[in-house]
Design a protein around this ligand. Structure first.
Ligand code: ARG
Length: 402
């Protein structure tokens, strides 16, 4: 029986050196490389396939773009998915990538997996948890972590084993990209005080070079899901690509944060996520129109818990499904339109409407008589009863002491 291993493959240096390692150090006869297309650059996907072919693996590219938007990004949108200011993109792609690797393993009869994650990051948790959830008998190898490898050692090893690495050597930044966002790390960005250079951005123009005229955009939602932009109905992936374009052209969606990773490391992260920024802002504006004050307050906690689980990659935790039950219910009313303006890096909501709006112009208007102001008198008089009582007591007791 041939020993088979499925390698989660991006085509970068870390995953590429895993190929000869799986054969020579781990004793596998057949290496299956799987690259999952969640919207990273086409050249990266093609290069991965070419490298895999050059190194004689059995390679598979799995197009998961639609599934990614439908089942990962849109659920994140319903939860206003955000971790410390980061509209999670890398994190929500990992469970899908691992799931696709498991599907390939089931198909070819493999139970061994390998990935190129280091021991410092979050992806090792997300990927291994998903694989073990879907295939309890899986054995997972993480050579970079297990052998505590450094980049210079990897380059030497690659040269000795004819691993093509030219593109990796030319890369200054470590970039992870999918349809929901781009993440840029490494190089001098590792200095928290180093200003992000213009060259790291690909999807957003710098605000100062953005058009001098503002654009208005109308987002249409149905049950918490965006379905049209400027009245034009679009399929999920096409809609997100269009949203990226619109917001990116106006320099909207650049983020620079310090991020607390799972292991406790603080890491400086740069993101550009124009489409996600636009969609999240619009979604929140519509929620503010249709949900009650009570729902909005409670939903903040639901969103935060959902986001934490998603960040950690605990995609199959029952709590996540429980929270999604709540999100499905509130989302039913998140139907309507939001108008936003984009101008030189600024994104502003300028209007919203919904058949579910909990807003009555007649009640709120300064001119209306429907709401009889006189009825508020008693409510105002009794407002803050306990807090007033406390102050009166405190004054009295202080007097007695004197
Ligand atoms: N810190 C982010 C996360 O864990 C993104 C990491 C992406 N990696 C990269 N090489 N840019 O979700």
């Amino acid at each position: 029986m041939k020993k088979k291993v499925v390698l989660v493959y991006s085509g970068g240096l870390d995953t590429s050196i895993c190929i000869p390692m799986m054969r020579e150090e781990y004793g596998f006869d057949e290496v299956y490389t799987v690259t999952v297309d969640v919207g990273q650059p086409k050249e990266d996907i093609q290069q991965a396939a070419e490298k895999a072919a050059a190194m004689g693996t059995i390679h598979r590219t799995v197009d998961a773009k639609d599934e990614f938007i439908r089942d990962y990004c849109f659920p994140a949108l319903k939860a206003n998915g955000d971790y410390q200011g980061y509209p999670m993109s890398t994190s929500i792609a990992r469970p899908l990538i691992a799931k696709k690797a498991v599907e390939v393993a089931l198909e070819v009869g493999a139970t061994a997996f390998a990935h190129g994650c280091t021991g410092k990051g979050n992806d090792q948790f997300r990927i291994e948890y998903t694989i073990r959830t879907l295939m309890p008998e899986a054995i997972i190898h993480a050579p970079i972590r297990e052998k505590n490898l450094t980049r210079s050692w990897e380059i030497e090893y690659a040269k000795k084993h004819n691993v093509p690495i030219q593109q990796s050597l030319e890369k200054i930044w470590s970039i992870d990209e999918n349809l929901w966002g781009r993440s840029i790390e490494g190089g001098r960005l590792e200095e928290p005080d180093f200003a992000p250079p213009e060259e790291i951005f690909q999807w957003t123009v710098s605000p100062e070079k953005a058009p001098a005229e503002k654009s208005n955009v109308v987002m249409t939602f149905q049950a918490g899901v965006p379905v049209a932009i400027n009245g034009r109905g679009l399929e999920p992936a096409a809609l997100v690509i269009f949203a990226n374009e619109i917001a990116g052209n106006h320099g909207v969606g650049r983020i620079d944060i310090m991020e607390d990773r799972l292991m406790g490391l603080k890491v400086r992260e740069n993101y550009e996520c124009p489409g996600a920024t636009l969609l999240l802002k619009a979604h929140q504006a519509l929620e503010a129109l249709v949900l009650t004050r009570e729902e909005l307050r409670f939903k903040k906690h639901v969103d935060q818990e959902w986001s934490r689980l998603a960040y950690e990659g605990l995609w199959f935790d029952p709590l996540k499904a429980d929270l999604e039950g709540f999100l499905a219910k509130t989302s039913k009313r998140v139907t309507g339109e939001v108008r936003l303006s984009l101008y030189k890096g600024a994104l502003q909501v300028t209007g919203r409407s919904s058949p579910w709006a909990l807003y009555s112009e007649d009640l709120a208007s300064f001119d209306s008589k429907t709401f009889d102001q006189r009825e508020s008198t008693g409510a105002v008089k009794n407002f803050g009863l306990q807090s007033r009582m406390f102050h009166h007591l405190a004054m009295k007791l202080a007097e007695e002491k004197e």
